[in-house]
Design a binder for this molecule. Sequence first.
Ligand code: HEC
Ligand code: HEC
Length: 312
Amino acid sequence: MNPKNLFTKKGSVILILLLLCLIGIQFIRPRLNNPPVTADLDAPPEVKQIIERACYDCHSNKSKLAWFDQPAPAYWLVRNHILEGRQALNFSEWDKLSKDQQKGILYESVNQALFKEMPLKQYLLLHPGSEITDKDIAILKNYLDTLAPPKVKPDTSATIRNNASIVTNVRPSLNGIPYNAEYRNWEAISSTERFDNGTLRVILGNEIAVKAIKEQHINPWPDGAQFAKVAWAGTIDPEGNVHTGDFKQVEFMIKDSHKYASTEGWGFARWRGMQLQPYGKTALFTTECTNCHKPMRDNDFVFTEPLRLATK
Ligand code: HEC
Ligand code: HEC
């Protein structure tokens, strides 16, 4: 609208109609409750303070709306963020998560903050006080370090070297990816310290992957980035130390957005057992991989949170 027109008859009619609309939509106000807090996040005060300030508006049952969040249509948007946010993560229902899940979601939270995914950008524009600073990140990470379970140090080199020296002629995987024993020299980016089903896993990244982590270019990962995930049977001795047992399998993800476009931009491959048998019956074994990795689509299909390395 040309501002001059505002003063014409037609202009004022339009303005009045707009105003009436704005007033009208204020009556469309779906409810937004703050349900009772069943169990609040359990963390030291300096940690909790950060999360309360930056995350509680959307991830708790203690959402506080600012005056500018009240009028529709802003209200509708904010309400949606809160409902979706609570569904993804609710610090007021902390007891609904197991200890491991709590730890996992805290790791994920710090990663989200580290990569500026959270708090949501639109929210930060209006709530600049909620920004997560580098100092906050440092405090959060220190806390995570205290949560870490005892370090698992599988003897990657020995086990895999033994294994590779026995098997000489490893067949390529059924989708044509050749076996690459080079991964033994890659850097461990996460010894998935969690271990269930009695297996113990280490995730290694090649040079391109490690560089991408350091430069925080990991979503999407650059072409050429590769991961290997190695699994052994795990055992715990009476002192609580974890040892690696028999080698179970090694699997790879190789990023090439063109070559592997049909499998989400990653070449998947897996070899099993001491004999390094290619996994699967046909080349379509990759459907299994992509299906299970799909929930991580917003993370370029990668599960591992390379938190520790990113902060070195
Ligand atoms: C303005 C609302 C808002 C704020 C503030 C906010 N979040 Fe979120 N958060 C969301 C919404 C909406 C989702 C679900 C959709 C999505 O993943 O984008 C979400 C999802 C998440 C998830 C799950 C991500 C996933 O992949 O499922 C984590 C973890 C998270 N937020 C952490 C945080 C942390 C940590 C903070 C504070 C530093 C924070 N959020 C602040 C709205 C918010
Ligand atoms: C049942 C679900 C599931 C299936 C099926 C699956 N993965 Fe994974 N994958 C995971 C999870 C979960 C992780 C994260 C690390 C962990 O917890 O062990 C992971 C991690 C990986 C990693 C390390 C990089 C990352 O994303 O963290 C590679 C490499 C990998 N998987 C390859 C494969 C290949 C190859 C296949 C198919 C042959 C496959 N995966 C099938 C669940 C699955």
